[in-house]
Design a protein around this ligand. Structure first.
Ligand code: CTP
Ligand code: MG
Length: 248
């Protein structure tokens, strides 16, 4: 069985909404609930572990318990860093889970295809992450001066879900705790201790809602569900071709 852990214990500082951004509504439903629904339609996922701020646990538990159609759910308190929040959630996940997924509650646009692909790769290899090829040129900067330009063809932007054999992720977290190591994502703990992490091609749709602009982008993407993006592209290409033909 698969247990999915959702870090939702942040403060949403960059969103500047004055509250935890995962409670903001996106076309009538909270970001958190949209995320949980995406995982609830995946048959392999048997448990949802939501990690919220200490003061939010009771209200989130009460509200979510009334929602029909969600997989069995635990709500637990997080920590001051995302890594500590996940470690708390992981300890409370079902011991029968062979694979655990970690997914940002702030990524409600994740698809069933991505979730299932990460589960399959994690099961086979032990560790797998959803990612997309980087679109921008990325520079290393120190004191306002560029010091290097890494080869873009090797750069990937890492998203979630990230999936692991449960015992592997527990061992990596125990080791990180002993060493005082703080990674920027879950896979970095596993990498730090030498386990290869496999990359699963994700979709550019699966954005993390971080700043106010992302709410607008997410709404637009939701409106374009069901093949709408291809339609928009076709229309834009047709118009451009007409303009070009007219200018000749
Ligand atoms: N998160 C968490 N525990 C923390 C910090 C973050 O569970 N101590 C969660 C957030 O709730 C979010 C996910 O990790 O779903 C990704 O983090 P991020 O986008 O940085 O969210 P926030 O930390 O809430 O936002 P900010 O950094 O702007 O304050
Ligand atoms: Mg943060």
């Amino acid at each position: 069985m698969v247990s999915a852990i959702f870090p939702a214990a942040g403060q949403g500082k960059r969103m500047q909404a004055g509250l935890n951004k995962v409670f903001l509504e996106l076309m009538g439903e909270s970001i958190l609930l949209r995320t949980l629904r995406q995982f609830s339609v995946v048959p392999a996922v048997k448990e949802l572990v939501v990690v919220t701020g200490k003061d939010e646990v009771a209200v989130v538990r009460r509200r979510l318990s009334r929602v029909p159609g969600l997989k069995p759910l635990k709500v637990v308190a997080g920590g001051t860093e995302r890594q500590y929040s996940i470690w708390n959630g992981l300890r409370q996940s079902a011991p029968e889970a062979d694979v655990v997924l970690v997914h940002d509650a702030a990524r409600p646009l994740v698809t069933r295809e991505t979730i299932e692909a990460v589960i399959a790769a994690a099961r086979e290899h032990g560790a797998a992450i959803a990612a997309v090829p980087e679109k921008n040129t990325v520079k290393i900067v120190a004191d306002g001066i560029v010091t290097a330009t890494p080869d873009r063809s090797m750069l990937w932007s890492v998203q979630t879900p990230q999936g692991f054999h449960r015992d592997l992720l527990i061992a990596a977290n125990e080791q990180a705790e002993r060493d005082g190591f703080l990674g920027t994502d879950d896979a970095s703990l596993v990498e730090h201790y030498g386990t290869p992490v496999h990359v699963v091609m994700d979709s550019y749709r699966n954005i993390k809602i971080t700043t106010p602009e992302d709410l607008i982008i997410a709404e637009a993407l939701l409106r374009h569900e069901h093949g709408g993006i291809r339609d928009s592209l076709r229309k834009a290409a047709k118009k451009a071709a007409e303009h070009l033909a007219g200018n000749r």
